[in-house]
Design a binder for this molecule. Structure first.
Ligand code: CMC
Length: 392
């Protein structure tokens, strides 16, 4: 039967080799193609990071311009897909719509499902990076009963997303550049994170030869869970449940109680056991946005600030190395911008699409690629004879 190791949760199994992203959890280091995330967040912007992840090096000015034009050209979705959205219930979670709509792209863009063609693989990558924000914004508009807002190609990627979410036909909407920058940072900081659960899901789906839209839909489905991308929504819901800063000690006591399954959402990380370098940048961004929007009167944000302080000062969290993670601060920023919590995970999904696509592309170019097929440790019954129903 061969020898294999038992590794639940794959905590010590490398499933592939990769040249895209490097993480050193003890040092709190995250590099994309060798570049530290804090430098990328400070000096670069999302579409440039997309280029870097996809192609392996920073673009020249001409390459960047060409890439940005290409992505911009693909931002609209097939008009018939509008009907597909209308089939969902109004109160559908936008993640449910995204799983469906991104998977359905395979039915609208047949040409890009041919993974044997490098040219079609390239176009599929561009289509996904360009259209997933449009799909996320449409899922939001549908849920609040507002008309879909078409993309505007004169705006940059982040500003266009804010426009598609918050503009209405009845009045002019101007995107605040500080908010567009904060949005771009959220996208940049979530762009890739090596072999996490959703990325591994994309690779596993792709290993069977599935088309790129199906693979990314699988990644979105996996990201939805509260231990992964759903943590930002879960974190904000927790802050709402806490309600006011005076109730923080009660919730901290619950998080420390071994008999209570409650955890502080937005704290802790599987890989970062000292600090999450993305959280440091996101915290700065959160402070900027909160200053701009003057949200002192928002009890949720006041609770967030106090909870951060209280947990950082608590021995339990210090000993277990549980620090606020990227989702803690991104949730705070998105709340301040006016996004409902149900949109937090879709925003994570659209940001991570480039990471999934880059890993998918790398995997398809890997001569060692095999279908993913983990083994198991069987603990069930040994062989036994079938018993007729009247004798059971
Ligand atoms: N609140 C209270 N206690 C916690 C928490 C928390 N948020 N996280 C971990 N612990 C405790 C846990 O009870 C355990 O204690 P003990 O050793 O006494 O049994 C210890 O810390 C280690 O926890 P673990 O679950 O073995 O650690 P893990 O590496 O498997 O889990 C995690 C990492 C992120 C799933 C976990 O910290 C967690 O559930 N955090 C809350 C959810 C969250 O914010 N997730 C977002 C992660 S970042 C975004 C992403 O990657 O998608």
């Amino acid at each position: 039967a061969g020898v294999f190791t038992y590794d639940p949760g794959f905590t010590s199994t490398a499933s592939c080799d990769s040249t895209i992203t490097f993480i050193d959890g003890d040092k709190g280091e995250l590099l994309h193609r060798g570049y530290p995330i804090d430098q990328l967040a400070a000096k670069s912007h999302y579409l440039e990071v997309c280029y870097l992840l996809l192609y392996g090096s920073l673009p020249s000015a001409a390459e960047l311009e060409h890439f940005e034009n290409t992505i911009t050209r693909h931002t609209m979705i097939h008009e018939q897909m509008h009907n597909f959205f209308r089939g969902f219930r109004r109160d559908a979670h936008p993640m449910a719509i995204m799983v469906g709509a991104v998977g359905a792209m395979a039915a609208f863009y047949h040409d890009s499902t041919d993974i044997s063609s490098p040219r079609e693989r390239e176009i599929a990558s561009h289509r996904l990076i360009a259209k997933v924000p449009t799909i996320a914004a449409m899922a939001y508009k549908y849920s609040i009963g507002q008309p879909f807002v078409y993309p505007r190609n004169d705006l940059d990627y982040a500003a266009n997303f804010l426009h598609m979410c918050f503009a209405v036909p009845a009045e002019e909407y101007n995107v605040d550049p500080i908010l567009a920058r904060a949005m771009d940072r959220i996208f940049t900081l979530h762009a890739d994170h090596e072999q996490n659960a959703s990325t591994s899901t994309v690779r596993l789906a792709s290993s069977s030869g599935a088309n790129p839209f199906a693979c990314i839909a699988a990644g979105i489905a996996c990201l939805w869970g509260p231990a992964h991308g759903g943590a930002n929504q879960a974190c904000l819901e927790m802050l709402k449940e806490i309600g006011t800063p005076d109730r923080i000690p009660e919730f901290i006591a619950r998080a420390k109680d071994k008999n209570d399954p409650f955890r502080l959402m937005g704290f802790g990380h599987r890989v970062y056991k000292n600090f999450d370098p993305r959280a440091t940048v996101m915290k700065q961004s959160a402070d900027e946005v909160l200053d701009l929007l003057g949200v002192e009167n928002n009890p949720i944000l006041a609770t967030a600030k106090e909870l951060e302080k209280a947990a950082l000062a608590d021995d339990y969290f210090a000993e277990k190395k549980l620090f606020p993670n990227v989702d803690f601060y991104s949730g705070v920023i998105l709340e301040a911008m006016g996004f409902p919590t149900s949109m937090f995970t879709p925003i994570f999904a659209l940001s991570r699409t480039v990471g999934w696509i880059s890993q998918w592309k790398e995997q398809l170019g890997d001569p060692q690629m095999k279908i993913g097929r983990p083994r198991q440790l069987y603990l069930g019954e040994t062989v036994r004879d079938y018993v007729d129903i009247e004798k059971r």
